[in-house]
Unconditional design. Structure first.
Length: 264
């Protein structure tokens, strides 16, 4: 049976996508501003050239899409161009589809709006943390790279944390001590741990070391309060989830789509 062509204008690729608020957010924005656009989720169990080809072929109106885990780094290999910041970070969360007047795809260009979304969202949480204090970023994927770049733009040195130390600014959870936390009181969860439906999971961070001087930013936004945030708050730390970051990066993505395509 031949698949019908879609009329979707924008979308999100990743796997899984059951937790994502992106479709609801964009649909509400388009409706509120009376914009004739649609946004849909494209759950791709595997990211391959064939999957991307099918995506743009079956969605001839598709002008761009967001990229979420686990494809923010892998997508780069399939792009024709990449913006400077995205290249520096090594991760892409926004793709512009360039089409010829007849609708043919002539190029895919990648951008990273996670950096500014994260940077502008975390700033109010950490503005009272003394200058010179750094951050611990949990995770080593594309989201963690965006966080490190955003923190750098705020003059906050960052160490990434993984289950094993690999050097080059990546330490293990077992390396975290009270002394390290004193100099790096900002903690950013850039892993999917705790995301719905796995709400009872948590990164293996030693929360017992947290105190009132610590700030915990969890990029997870569904649920609104993750297990990590709840445990951190029990030790006096101030917390914030990733919902504002989601909104900020989404609007930045739309602005990129709009500025790169005259038909929008």
């Amino acid at each position: 049976m031949q698949q019908e062509l879609s009329t979707t204008d924008f979308g999100l690729i990743g796997h899984p996508l059951g937790h994502s608020f992106s479709k609801a957010f964009f649909t509400e924005v388009f409706s509120r501003h009376k914009l004739p656009y649609s946004y849909d989720n494209f759950d791709l169990p595997e990211l391959t050239p064939e999957a991307l080809y099918s995506l743009v072929l079956l969605n001839p109106r598709l002008r761009g899409f967001n990229v979420t885990a686990p494809y923010k780094e892998k997508i780069i290999a399939f792009l024709d161009g990449i913006a400077e910041q995205a290249e520096r970070v090594g991760a892409v969360n926004t793709v512009v589809i360039r089409r010829a007047p007849d609708g043919r795809v002539v190029g895919l260009d990648g951008y990273n709006t996670d950096v500014e979304g994260f940077r502008d969202s975390i700033l109010p949480l950490i503005q009272d943390v003394p200058e010179g204090c750094g951050a611990l970023v949990l995770g080593t994927g594309g989201a963690s790279k965006a966080a490190v770049e955003g923190l750098s733009q705020l003059n906050r040195p960052a160490l990434r944390v993984s289950r094993s130390s690999t050097g080059e600014g990546i330490i293990s959870y077992s390396d975290i001590t009270p002394e390290l936390l004193a100099s790096h009181p900002i903690v950013v969860n850039a892993t999917p741990a705790g995301t719905y439906p796995n709400v009872d999971t948590c990164p293996p961070f030693p929360v017992e070391l947290l105190n009132a001087g610590c700030r915990v930013f969890d990029m997870v936004y569904n649920p609104a309060e993750t297990l990590l945030m709840r445990r951190a708050a029990e030790h006096g730390a101030k917390t914030k989830n990733g919902l504002e970051m989601l909104y900020r990066q989404a609007i930045a993505s739309y602005n990129i789509w709009q500025s790169n395509q005259q038909t929008i």
